[in-house]
Design a protein. Structure first.
Length: 223
């Protein structure tokens, strides 16, 4: 029988200070539905609120459980949210994208930031190929931006017309956490952020940092 894997984090003494991350189980479906059906939680997600328990069961069974890193954020082993890291493939496997959701009842209590810190502190050792953990946040999602900043993520800039959410093209803010953050790289970013780019690919090499500007007028720093 497979041993159940959990990670625990404690910060302070209130009832919300002890959280754990563990793999999802089908028995979590009712707790999953609490946030998956909530329009406040799914507002900045690409998916619409779930409408049936069967839909949630199918997603947990066929997407969540097989996922390499998709964890339930738990209080007293009860799932109150989710957090995941999705690794890129091939020559881009050095980068991973972070995603998370939390039931609205638990917003503003520091839980999401604690969960992000837990993942950021362990994922680089669990996945030795990973050198950069990044998150894309809607420009209007200020709460999630604060969560990432509390967890030590660095804002890189606004990615214009980067993603389609519920039929609308959205601007996203790129934030990252790396094994080793280079001060020189951030200096290059500060200088280049002031420019407006045309719709073509540019590559600028400076102080050992490669900056790419994509067809979507987005840019990111890569060590």
């Amino acid at each position: 029988m497979e041993t159940r894997s959990t990670e625990t984090f404690q910060d302070g003494g209130d009832e919300f200070s002890v959280i754990c991350l563990r793999k999802f189980e089908l028995s979590d479906v009712d707790n999953f539905m609490v946030w998956a059906t909530d329009e406040r939680v799914t507002r900045f997600c690409r998916f619409n609120p779930y409408t049936s328990r069967e839909q949630a069961i199918d997603y947990i069974k066929n997407t969540v459980i097989p996922h390499p890193y998709f964890r339930a954020i738990c209080l007293k082993d009860r799932a109150i949210g989710a957090i995941s890291v999705t690794s890129n493939s091939g020559e881009d496997r050095c980068r991973g994208e972070l995603g998370y959701l939390l039931a609205a009842k638990y917003w503003g209590k520091g839980i999401a930031a604690r969960a992000v810190k837990m993942v950021a502190s362990s994922i680089f050792s669990e996945w030795p190929h990973l050198e950069r953990l990044e998150a894309l946040v809607d420009v209007e999602n200020t709460g999630s931006q604060r969560v990432l900043e509390k967890a030590g993520f660095v804002r890189e800039g606004v990615l214009r017309k980067y993603a389609i959410q519920k039929g609308r093209t959205r601007d996203m803010i790129g934030k990252n956490k790396r094994c080793q953050d280079g001060a020189a790289a951030l200096e290059v970013w500060d200088k280049l952020e002031e420019f407006s780019w045309s719709n073509h690919m540019l590559e600028v090499l400076d102080v050992g940092t490669l900056l790419q500007v994509s067809f979507w007028k987005s840019y990111t720093l890569i060590l």
